[in-house]
Ligand binder design. Sequence first.
Ligand SMILES: NC(=O)c1ccc[n+]([C@@H]2O[C@H](COP(=O)([O-])OP(=O)(O)OC[C@H]3O[C@@H](n4cnc5c(N)ncnc54)[C@H](O)[C@@H]3O)[C@@H](O)[C@H]2O)c1
Length: 254
Amino acid sequence: MKREFEGKVAVITGGAFGIGRATALAFAREGAAVVVSDVADGGGEETVSLIRKAGGTGRCVVCDISNRAQVQTLFAGTVQQYGRIDCAFNNAGVEGAMAPLTALPDETWDKVIAVNLTAQFNCMKHELTQMEKQGTGAIVNNASILGTVGFANAGAYVAAKHGLIGLTRVAALEYATKGIRVNAVCPGFIATPMLERAGLLNDPVMRKGLEGLHALKRLGTPEEVAEAVLFLCSSKASFITGHPLLVDGGYVAQ
Ligand SMILES: NC(=O)c1ccc[n+]([C@@H]2O[C@H](COP(=O)([O-])OP(=O)(O)OC[C@H]3O[C@@H](n4cnc5c(N)ncnc54)[C@H](O)[C@@H]3O)[C@@H](O)[C@H]2O)c1
């Protein structure tokens, strides 16, 4: 039986770890050639070697998405090698320091907005340009539950993710009649290196507290987000565009 993404090309930013790696592996499992890009080179190579070990195809490109020249090189190189971009998962993101607004360091604001919002615009420009030439394509942006509700001490992150959902809706409207669908996933708290860095996974009390915020009383897995991304990129989601899909164990339902 033909796999859903056989013969397709998927580009994933932030594919070295966490949700990006799980999604890269899932796309490869379903037959796509996967371009794994990340600012971290070691992790990206490891993702590609996992893809190859499982019988898939992929390549790693080191790219800081907040650097416009590097983003241009990433997409030009992809089109040169594969001739097209069918699916793009704009996933790379950073968390930033936690503090109330008056104490939020300017550097945190600048960095989080640069990577989590402006850089997504950088990537979408290239993706949409190529997909418009093809007359087909699907983009998924990795937003967050914090793109739909507030969270104290995370002002820059919440603002960037709300902005990203807005940008998703605008892109969906502008390109709907050009064969391109643009959606977002909004994960709840997912067990990845991002939460590990924030000290939320290893401290049992913190972890329990975080789990309790979800109706399902647990954290999500990167693989559960990956399945939602594949669905939104697949032909099964052919009438879905401009939608921020919660993958949140009921966090926002409460
Ligand atoms: N983990 C969660 O609870 C959670 C919840 C909701 C949304 N998200 C979002 O999911 C996405 C992935 O997060 P994750 O949890 O897998 O985190 P992660 O830290 O495990 O992975 C993020 C990846 O992005 C890469 N990256 C960071 N800055 C980059 C840059 N400037 N250019 C290119 N790559 C860069 C990192 O190297 C890393 O591989 C992020 O956008 C994050 O905001 C995560």
